[in-house]
Design a binder for this molecule. Structure first.
Ligand SMILES: [Zn+2]
Length: 267
């Protein structure tokens, strides 16, 4: 099978990918506490596996695809810094890092870029970077805001937790990690930490958007670094969610490759 990981290729291999107008998938996660039961690298592990599996499938369908290195360093708000291990970039550092990274790809001629993000607090900054890059290079960057949202339907259908159970280190992330990296999940450490937000305008669950944006975490007081209910997590649910995310991402890549990017390039 052909190599799909950018950093394992030579520059001549990459040159060929440029000629083929490959689509580049860029996973973005975090190194952030995920309660006493999940590793710091949770977001990054999930998004990298999602992207690799997606790339394998679309390549089989004839779409030249590259998996670029995972950006594991993300923006995390100060509220999580009380839990040891989190590595938080300042928002400007994060923006600069992503800017330099993506403009390097563009410099080499890779202009079909899809950023797949798995860490909610990165999203606003990623949109800012995309705009900055467009201003400078005229290359539009596609972003999937939060990869778990791609499985929204199946999550709502099969979830066991009530609203508030899926936000951070809760039912979804713990289930997906049980499916992907079971040995990294400390099931004996799971506990339920569900905080109802002070008003419905805030949402309070990853599947329920609030009406307003409020700087994340500031109204929650999490004791163990969990916002949700990992006690109902299970591997089978994790598999269903993972498969659905990949299926949705495959169809997004196809739409971009066959319809969106060619249209942008001809204009
Ligand atoms: Zn997470």
């Amino acid at each position: 099978m052909r190599e799909i990981i950018l950093t394992r290729m030579t520059w001549e291999d990459v040159k060929k990918c440029v000629t083929e107008k490959s689509i580049v998938l860029v996973p973005v996660g975090s190194i952030e506490e995920h309660g006493p039961h999940l590793p710091l690298l949770t977001d990054s592990i999930i998004v990298e596996e999602v992207v690799k599996e997606t790339a394998k499938r679309v390549i089989k369908e004839g779409i030249p695809t590259l998996v670029a290195p995972t950006i594991a360093f993300g923006y995390s708000s100060r509220d999580v810094m009380k839990f040891p291990g989190t590595i938080a970039l300042r928002i400007d550092t994060f923006i600069d890092l992503v800017f330099d990274y993506l403009t390097s790809l563009i410099h080499h001629g890779l202009r079909r870029i899809l950023v797949v993000n798995s860490h909610g607090q990165n999203y606003g900054a990623l949109r800012v970077v995309a705009r900055k890059i467009y201003e400078k290079t005229s290359v539009p960057i596609a972003i999937v805001p939060l990869c778990t949202l791609l499985a929204r339907e199946v999550i709502m259908k099969y979830r066991k937790s009530d609203l508030g159970g899926i936000l951070h280190a809760g039912e979804v992330e713990t289930s997906v990690m049980l499916y992907l990296e079971k040995e990294l999940v400390k099931l004996e450490k799971v506990s339920r930490e569900v905080t109802v937000p002070p008003s419905p305008i805030l949402g309070g669950d990853a599947m329920l958007r609030g009406k307003i944006f409020l700087t994340t975490w500031s109204y929650w007081r999490s004791e163990k670094g969990i916002l949700g209910d990992p006690t109902v997590a299970r591997e089978e649910f994790g598999k269903v969610v993972f498969d659905k995310i990949v299926e949705e991402l495959v169809s997004i890549v196809k739409e971009l490759y066959f319809k969106v990017f060619p249209k942008i390039e001809e204009s």
